[in-house]
Design a protein around this ligand. Structure first.
Ligand code: VGL
Ligand code: ZN
Length: 210
C-alpha cells in the first residue's frame, strides 16, 4: 500500500520556532500536495519532556550545537524544542492534518534521544511505527520532512534496515546544516544505503493506487 511518512512537521522546526530549520516551511505545501496521492499517510512527532537530555539547557556550560554526554553517549544538544503539549510541538497550522491516519511519538525518554521515527537512538524501543506498517502489509514508504540531516536521515536508514523500500522526496526535506553541506551528505548516505531519491513531481506522476 502506497504510504507517505511525514517526519516532524512541527512548529518548532519551522521559521520562528525554537529549532527553526531554514526553509522548513517550504515542505508543508509539498506534504499537502502529496498526501492525496497516498492510500496511507502517517506522521511522526518529536515529543520531548521539558527536561529532555537533548536540550542544552540540561547541560550547564554547553551551547546548542555542542556535543555533550547523555547516559554515556555523545549527544548533540539543541535549544529546548517540541516539548510535549506546547504550541511548538504541534503540527504546522498549514498542514492538512485531516489526511494523517496515525501519529508516532519519539524522544519521550528524558535520557535517550530518538532521531528516527522508528526506534530510539539505542534501538531499544520501537515507537510502534514499524509494527503498524507491518500489520498493514506496507513494504515501501515515501518519506519527507524535517530535518534532512537528523530525523529524516535516521528514519530512512532504520526503515531500510527493517527491509522496507524507501523513497526520499528530496524537495520535501530541509536540513539544519550545523555544518554546511550536512543535508547533501545525509542524502548521499541515504542513497548509499539503498534509498531512492525522488522529487515530489516524480511522485505525482507515478500511477495512483499501487
Ligand atoms: C530533530 C534535532 C533534534 C529533527 C529533532 O527532527 O530532525 N533534530 N530533534
Ligand atoms: Zn528533538
Amino acid at each position: 500500500m502506497k504510504t507517505l511518512l511525514l517526519v516532524d512537521l512541527q512548529n518548532d522546526f519551522l521559521p520562528g520556532g525554537a529549532l527553526a530549520v531554514p526553509e522548513g516551511d517550504h515542505v508543508v505545501p509539498i506534504a499537502n500536495r502529496l498526501m492525496p496521492h497516498f492510500r496511507l499517510v502517517v506522521a511522526s512527532k518529536d515529543w520531548h519532556p521539558a527536561d529532555h537530555g537533548s536540550f542544552a539547557s540540561q547541560h550547564p556550560g554547553h551551547q546548542p550545537g555542542d556535543t555533550a554526554s547523555l547516559d554515556g553517549r555523545d549527544q548533540i544538544v539543541w535549544p529546548d524544542h517540541c516539548v510535549q503539549g506546547t504550541a511548538g510541538a504541534e503540527f504546522s497550522d498549514r498542514l492538512d492534518q485531516t489526511r494523517i491516519q496515525a501519529v508516532f511519538f519519539k524522544g519521550t525518554d528524558p535520557r535517550l534521544d530518538s532521531y528516527s521515527a522508528l526506534f530510539d537512538d539505542d534501538h531499544r524501543r520501537s515507537t510502534g511505527l514499524i509494527e503498524y506498517l507491518r500489520e498493514r502489509g506496507v513494504n515501501e514508504v515515501s518519506v519527507l520532512g524535517l530535518a534532512t540531516d537528523y530525523c529524516v536521515r535516521a528514519t530512512v536508514l532504520d526503515a531500510l534496515q527493517e527491509g522496507l523500500r524507501v523513497q526520499v522526496v528530496t524537495d520535501g526535506c530541509r536540513g539544519v546544516n550545523l555544518q554546511p553541506g550536512d543535508d547533501q551528505r545525509a542524502l548521499d548516505a541515504m542513497r548509499a544505503a539503498g534509498a531512492m531519491l525522488v522529487t515530489s513531481n516524480d511522485v505525482l506522476h507515478e500511477p495512483l493506487g499501487h
